[in-house]
Design a protein around this ligand. Structure first.
Ligand code: ACO
Length: 326
C-alpha cells in the first residue's frame, strides 16, 4: 500500500497582549530583591521581551485563538477537522486534556483530541504523531497546536530562569495530500536527564507535593541542547536524502539565540536562514516553533516549495525534528 502523505495547509498563532520588556521585568524583580538587567539578558539569551497572560487566561484560550487563525489561513472551518493534538506542559487542568477543552471551545464534538507532553519538543512530537495518524488513515485533517502559559511555572526569585520564558500559542492545520508535505521526522528522549530541567511538583490528596516551579541547570541544558540539535538535524536530513544546503529555513525551538547560532554553525547554515523570534517572544516552550513558523509564513519569508526544518529540544530530555516542503 502506498503511504498517504500530509502537508501543512495553514498556520496561525497568538500572543497574549501584555508585553513585558526586560527593563519592566528587571524593575519588578528588583522590588523582590532579585537583581538582573536588560544587558545581561540580551547578551546571554537574545531576549528583549516576552508576553505574559493575565490572571484567568488559560492555555486553551491561547490555543483557540491560534487554531482559529490556522483554520482561517487554510480556508476551513472547525467542522472540517477530525483530529486535535495539543502540545503543552501547562494544561488547563490535570484532566481532561487541553485538546478536549479546545475541541469544546471550537464547538466540534466527536473527533479524537489528546495532549502530548514533551515540554519544548512537544510541537515536534505532536506534529509527528498527527502525520503518522494521517498517513495510516486514522484522520484526514488535524489541528496541531503548541500552547503554553509558562509564566505560571516561573520562580520569580530565580533570576537564572524567570527571565527566559514567555506565554503564547501556535497552530497548524495538517491535511492529507498526494505529495509529501512532511518529508521525514525524528523523535528522541533520554529520561536519565529528567532532573536538569523540570517542574518537580505533583497533585496529591488535594494539595501539591514538591515545588511546582521550573528549575534548570542552565549550563547542562545548553551543552546537551547544542549537541542533540546537530544530531537530529543530520538524522532527519539523511532520512529524506537531503543535505543541509537544501534547507531554505531552519525554525528551531526559540530557547536562546546562542543555541540557535551554534546549531546553524554545525549545519554550515547562515543565520539568514534561521527564523528567530526569541527576542520578542522569549522561550514559549511547545509554542515557540509554531509561533516562529507562523511569523515566517505570514511575513512571506517561507514560501510554497521551500524546504523547512523544525527542530525542538527540551525537558525530558527530549529532542527531535520535522522536515517538510512548504
Ligand atoms: N541576571 C543577571 N545575572 C544572572 C542572571 C540574570 N538573569 N542569571 C544568572 N546570573 C548570574 C549568575 O548568578 C552567575 O553569577 P556568578 O558568576 O556571580 O555566580 C552568572 O550570571 C553566570 O551564571 P550562569 O548560569 O553560569 O550563566 P550562563 O552564561 O550559563 O547563562 C543561561 C545562563 C542563559 C540560562 C544559559 O545557561 C542558557 O542559556 N542555558 C540554556 C537554557 C535554556 O535555553 N533552557 C531552555 C532550553 S530547553 C527548554 O526550552 C525548556
Amino acid at each position: 500500500m502506498t503511504r498517504r502523505h500530509s502537508r501543512i495547509a495553514g498556520t496561525g498563532s497568538f500572543l497574549p497582549p501584555r508585553r513585558v520588556s526586560n527593563e519592566e521585568l528587571a524593575a519588578q524583580l528588583a522590588e523582590r530583591g532579585v537583581q538582573t538587567s536588560d544587558s545581561w539578558i540580551v547578551e546571554r539569551t537574545g531576549i528583549h521581551a516576552r508576553h505574559f497572560v493575565d490572571d484567568g487566561v488559560m492555555a486553551s484560550d491561547l490555543a483557540l485563538a491560534a487554531a482559529q487563525a490556522a483554520l482561517q489561513a487554510a480556508g476551513l472551518t472547525a467542522d472540517a477537522i477530525d483530529l486535535i493534538v495539543v502540545a503543552t506542559s501547562t494544561p488547563d487542568m490535570v484532566f481532561p486534556s487541553t485538546a478536549a477543552i479546545v475541541q469544546r471551545k471550537l464547538g466540534v464534538a466527536g473527533c479524537p483530541a489528546f495532549d502530548v507532553q514533551a515540554v519544548c519538543t512537544g510541537f515536534v512530537y505532536a506534529l509527528t504523531v498527527a502525520d503518522a495518524m494521517l498517513a495510516n488513515g486514522s484522520a484526514s485533517r488535524a489541528l496541531v497546536i503548541g500552547t503554553e502559559v509558562f509564566s505560571r511555572l516561573l520562580d520569580f526569585d530565580d533570576r537564572g530562569t524567570c527571565v527566559l520564558f514567555g506565554d503564547g500559542a501556535g497552530a497548524v492545520v495538517l491535511e492529507t495530500s498526494g505529495e509529501p508535505g512532511i518529508l521525514a521526522t525524528d523523535l528522541n528522549a533520554d529520561g536519565s536527564y529528567a532532573d536538569i530541567l523540570c517542574v518537580p511538583g505533583h497533585v496529591a490528596g488535594g494539595g501539591i507535593l514538591g515545588k511546582p516551579l521550573l528549575k534548570m541547570d542552565g549550563r547542562a541544558v545548553f551543552k546537551l541542547a547544542v549537541n542533540v540539535l546537530g544530531q537530529t538535524a543530520r538524522t532527519v536530513l539523511d532520512k529524506a536524502g537531503l543535505a543541509p544546503s537544501d534547507i531554505d529555513w531552519l525554525v528551531p525551538h526559540q530557547a536562546n539565540i546562542r543555541i540557535m547560532q551554534s546549531t546553524a554553525r554545525k549545519l554550515h547554515l547562515s543565520m539568514d536562514k534561521v527564523l528567530v523570534t526569541v527576542g520578542e517572544h522569549g522561550n514559549t516552550s511547545a509554542a515557540s516553533i509554531p509561533l516562529a513558523l507562523d511569523q515566517g509564513v505570514r511575513d512571506g519569508r517561507i514560501r510554497p516549495g521551500h524546504i523547512v526544518l523544525l527542530e525542538g529540544v527540551g525537558g525530558g530530555f527530549t529532542w527531535g525534528s520535522v522536515l517538510f516542503r512548504a
